[in-house]
Design a protein around this ligand. Structure first.
Ligand SMILES: Cc1ncc(COP(=O)(O)O)c(C=O)c1O
Length: 399
């Protein structure tokens, strides 16, 4: 008798759910792939500076946890998150002006997972969803799977314009925004505007989803209290340790009213059961040892210095008609090129001269301003930043 062997497989038709059609890969991504060669000056990345990752402290923390609580650290644990980490987060949020109990905290595999859970919990086909224009591309990707109808909140130098909420607020399910050093613009929303946004949310009865991965990365002074401090009964706040520790940890958290947290806990159970126990315990170890207090001042100083360099380089090298934001925290500058210019075409030409950035159109839910560009400046050495911006200035000027 012969032993059966696998036959060569015929092809099979993939039958994805209709909602996956909304998840597309952009043409720009293809151009950006070309720019990942080592000699390219990339302002495109959006990554935190690897020199800022606290490698030694994390190595000590993982070692300590494995040595002292090895089997616990490697076991399944609670969906809500490790009690010690939830308690530490609640205390830190409370100190920062948003009174928070541990049961109002859900530990997640970083904020992108939080966005996915929020999409699953609150976005239905055609549900009216307010987003800043422009906004974080990853949030649009998470929400769009469920087919919302976007309502665009206009922005200016001060970020989201609250007055517009009287037009687009009524009937909206929630508003998504990044109040601190926004990706992609670097803008900060003032205390006055936060109060107005909270007020509009109450008047028109919509919820606020506040995404805050950059709030700790201020240069001179801390941002105003979070939206959750202004409207705690209707704000779901997402935070991430990606930019203050390291993104490879995949660790972040959501805070909000406990009813909302419980709903998100059920959805997280269906997604991944829990966030990695070992990583959470290592985070508790570094936080309780005071790492952030020691570590963050250096990260802030480093980012502030890089911001000064790129702003100076832009002032030196950009031709007439180009304007840009002046971030007071975070990692992004947003440039507006002369009317009628297409940043995607500029990228093709600048990539040929080995300089990359992200054309701004990707960050709009609709009606993209094609003459915009996001520049990320914390992973490029200062001399290269100047060189890259000078080349970009030449390309924009047609030289
Ligand atoms: C505004 C915003 N939200 C969320 C994320 C996702 O970050 P993470 O999942 O690493 O926390 C990013 C990443 O760049 C971001 O810019």
């Amino acid at each position: 008798m012969t032993t059966p062997e696998p036959a060569s497989a015929p092809s099979a038709t993939l039958r994805p759910a209709r909602r996956t059609a909304a998840v597309t890969s952009s043409a720009v991504r293809e151009i950006l792939k070309l720019t990942q060669m080592p000699d390219v000056i990339s302002l495109a990345g959006g990554l935190p500076a690897p020199e800022s990752f606290p490698v030694d402290a994390l190595r000590e923390a993982f070692d300590h946890v494995l040595a002292t609580a090895g089997t616990k650290a490697l076991q399944y644990s609670l969906t809500e998150g490790e009690p010690g980490l939830r308690a530490w987060i609640a205390e830190r949020e409370t100190k920062a002006g948003a009174p928070t109990k541990p049961e109002e905290v859900l530990v997640v595999a970083s904020s992108q997972q939080g966005l996915d859970l929020i999409a699953k919990a609150f976005v239905e086909p055609e549900s009216p969803t307010i987003v800043e224009s422009p906004t974080y591309l990853g949030a649009l990707q998470a929400f769009s799977v469920f087919g919302p109808t976007y309502r665009l909140l206009p922005t200016d130098e001060g970020g989201a314009i609250p007055e517009a909420l009287d037009d687009i607020g009524p009937g909206a399910s929630f508003m998504y925004l990044t109040p601190n050093f926004q990706n992609p613009t670097g803008r900060l929303i003032s205390a006055e505007r936060r109060a107005q946004i909270a007020d509009a949310a109450r008047r028109h009865d919509f919820w606020i989803v506040e995404d805050d991965p950059y709030g700790e990365l201020w240069y001179e002074s801390a941002p105003p209290p979070s939206l959750r401090a202004w409207a705690p009964e209707r704000t779901i706040r997402l935070c991430s340790f990606s930019k203050v520790l390291a993104p490879g940890l995949r660790l972040g958290y959501i805070t909000g009213p406990s009813e909302a947290i419980q709903l998100l806990v059920r959805l997280k159970q269906a997604t991944d059961l829990q966030t990695a126990t070992l990583t959470q315990l290592a985070a508790v170890r570094v936080f309780e040892g005071g790492l952030l207090e020691r570590h963050l001042p250096a990260v802030r100083a480093r980012y502030a210095s890089a911001a000064r360099v790129i702003l100076d380089a832009l002032a030196t090298s950009m031709p007439e008609g180009v304007t840009w934001t002046r971030p007071v925290g975070g990692m992004f500058v947003w440039a507006t090129l002369p009317e009628g210019m297409d940043a995607a075409e500029i990228l093709v030409r600048s990539a040929a001269r080995k300089v990359a950035f992200v054309p701004g159109a990707a960050f709009y839910a609709a009606d993209p301003a094609r003459n915009t560009a996001r520049m990320s400046f914390v992973t490029v050495p200062e001399a290269k930043l100047r060189e890259g911006v000078a080349i970009l200035g030449d390309v924009i000027a047609g030289r």
